[in-house]
Design a binder for this molecule. Sequence first.
Ligand code: ADP
Ligand code: MG
Length: 493
Amino acid sequence: MVKENLQNLWSAYEAAAATGGALCARGGDPKRWTAEEWSAGGVSIDTRTLKPGDIFVALRDARDGHEFLKNAFDAGAAAALVARAPEDAPDGAPLLVVGDTLEGLRDLARAARTRNFGKRIGVTGSAGKTSTKEILRAVLGSDGSVHAADKSFNNHWGVPLTLARLPMGADYGVFEIGMNHGGEITPLTKLVRPHAAIVTTVAAAHLEFFNSIEEIAEAKAEIFLGLAPGGIAVLPFDNEFFPLLKKRAEEAGAAGFITFGEKDGADFQLLDYRAEGAGARLKATIKGETMEFFAGVPGRHQAGNMLAALAAADAVGCPLDGAIRALGAISPAEGRGARAEIAVEGGTATLIDESYNANPASMAAAIGLLGATEPGAGNPQGGGRRIAILGEMLELGPEGPALHEKLVTALVAAKVDRVYAAGQLMRHLWDALPPDMRGLHAGDAVGLVGPVLDAVAPGDVVMVKGSNASKVSAVARALKESGVMEEQKESRT
Ligand SMILES: Nc1ncnc2c1ncn2[C@@H]1O[C@H](COP(=O)(O)OP(=O)(O)O)[C@@H](O)[C@H]1O
Ligand SMILES: [Mg+2]
């Protein structure tokens, strides 16, 4: 494994060669090279998170990054990639001037990819991209050094930024690739050129921008257009669009494909799922061999993500025994199934925080997770209820009301006792709910906080889910904080 010199991700000359930009110093002759050669240890597009030694890329997005050059150098930027040198940039500040800074960032990304000899995995899908990225970080980390973004950096700047940060010596790179519209994934996957490309699932999401789920499948299948020579497609076997995805992968020249799922015929097949502790025990057939192992993250959907990650890891040469062991040590990411014990009068309740975003696929998965969790653990007297706290699923277009109403079937199947729901769209579910399942409907999520805090009792399992913009995460936060406050109260008396 090559040891990385973090001070030297981008030297001035490498960055200039990659972008074709002009090195100069603010206030100096723009045709002259900067006298002092610089070297950057990282790449940043946001002065609030910039680390000393980063090269600051002044993107024009919601705001123009050129307005923040002074902040960038105050924060310790090693240099700035700019399209112009604004008046307030410090005199003598090292600049790399290009025609278009987003193109410049993409150029850095391309050069970072070319000089790295590791394997790259691309991940897309209607839900589970970030979860799968984090699973891959753990799995591939059992074999070598892994580079992946800390956040959901999956768009037209997030993907090139992540790739531009790829250390020369990284053994593996993991890239989340997302989209709101058809055509957006193509340039991103062609930048990443993954050796393995995963589609986690295809389901209704962003239906506002699509006429049908099939169109979403087509958009997700774009990820195969960027596959490196010899690249492998990793496909969701149980998904209704599996045949379409497979066809598109073949047309794109995939050297092969591996499938994951629960149905017979999947290469990486989940045979049995049992909740265990904070995670789950999985039984799976992997490359013809049946095995059982513990996974640190609960949920059948997460088990699917894990099998997809194992399939991709295998495709890029990561040994599976270490990879499977690594699954035992992972834990759910914030708002993606993390559990917390909440102190309530007379015992504890369990919070399942699924509040990081929602669409019909992840909503169904979260309701399934609630159904798979037995209430009663925190009640000395025994007993407890399944409670669902639901915010709206947004960006669903004209299908929205019907997709909300339909949730009643999943809620009944999961033996949910009470539903607390917020927002206009959730009204459609509310009206369809059997009366004894109705907790409360409120205009917005904030209106649920008080009543939910009052209602939660020992032994209850409470699952919180909704689109980010529904703000239902506020209920999860309030529950966590109320529990902590209870504990503090006790420790003071
Ligand atoms: N394969 C899946 N199918 C359905 N829901 C999923 C899947 N993987 C994760 N989820 C759920 O979807 C939500 C978003 O997960 P995340 O991994 O952040 O997806 P993305 O990055 O695609 O938005 C979480 O609540 C998570 O538990
Ligand atoms: Mg994400």
